[in-house]
Design a protein around this ligand. Sequence first.
Ligand code: FES
Length: 415
Amino acid sequence: MALSKEDNELLTRVGPDTPMGALFRRFWTPLLLADELPHPDAPPLRVKSLGEFYVAFRDTQGRLGLLDARCPHRGADLSFGVVEEGGIRCARCFWKFDVEGNILDMPLEPPDSPLWTEAKATPFRIAEYGGLLWGYFGPQDDPPDLPEFEWTRVEPEQRYLSRFLVDCNYMQAVEGGLDASRVAALAQAGALGPDDPTGEEAAHTVHARETEYGLLVGTAVEPESGPAAVSATQWLMPFYTTAASGRRGLYEAAAWTPIDDERAMAFAVTYDPRKPLSKRLLREIRQGKRLHPKLAEGSYRRERNRDNGYVPEGGERPPDFASRFQTAFEMAIACQESMGAIVDRSNETLGPNDGAVEGARRILMQAAVDLMEGTIPVIVRKGEAYRVRAYAGQVDAPETFDEDASVIHGVAAEV
Ligand code: FES
């Protein structure tokens, strides 16, 4: 069912005074790759998340700090500051704050100024976990669980993490990541190339089943004879998707975190739960062949992006799907970005195979409304619920998705 304009606003607006913004502020949010703050006193970083600016830094003792970027004195951006001797010093009048926002120094204030005890920068919780730095912007005395994704718990050499900017609202990006019907259609069009997990020409059905963490989205591609290819992607509250790679034993996942209402920062991960990633795979990743696009120099914008039509300068525009985009992943992002920053969902014409997209929207909007009425989502206290895997494999006789899903959950339960 198409969404009303009001529901679309509810779904897509994530600023501080919005219901969806309040919901997202109940979860930890990926902000940075951990190695972007590689050592004590590294230059501070400015971060925009959920429509607001923060500064992240590591102090001289290696402690992480995350403060409102606005200096409490006159509002200068603290990310212009310098991290030195236990804190971050503002570039304007040189006030210095520790990781909890307390004043350490005010060189231009007299020793008896009341500001020594009154002034404080606004601190937020920050955690280093699974190769990322995460921020928490909800009630600071009541942090949620960190999500226990499998990729957060493997050794660093078993995963590859990257981040990149997406030119649309977070929900469009999420929808691109969970659209199993599109994956099946691509498979039938032969557009997925050698990593195609779903097989040759065949009828396909898409099912979405609600779980405690979000949705299990399954596609069964059934040839006229022989085993069916079953793939399952997961959508996990509030903005995570997972997929099984076509390559045996490899998994991929993404977090589509809102920068603001009109842009998202994707955190992508490729991981192998059993062993370190091979040199060959890492070479492929760096060539942009998997989930990790090449970036324009000095930025998190992709080299191939909406503004250049996904064809860098001097490149030729290939004629067909299979060669038009570097990967099916890029194709999905391009399609979602092509809808505009916030697509008008009242104009959509959805069919039965769009059930996962509708389900995710419904769950998010209901959770936002419930939170307004005082009910905190149970999932924020169940970090262990994120211990699930995507799945791609063959099933002899798929009768119903519930049975297939049990097979999938059987695999997921081992994680
Ligand atoms: S504005 Fe930061 S110290 Fe004055």
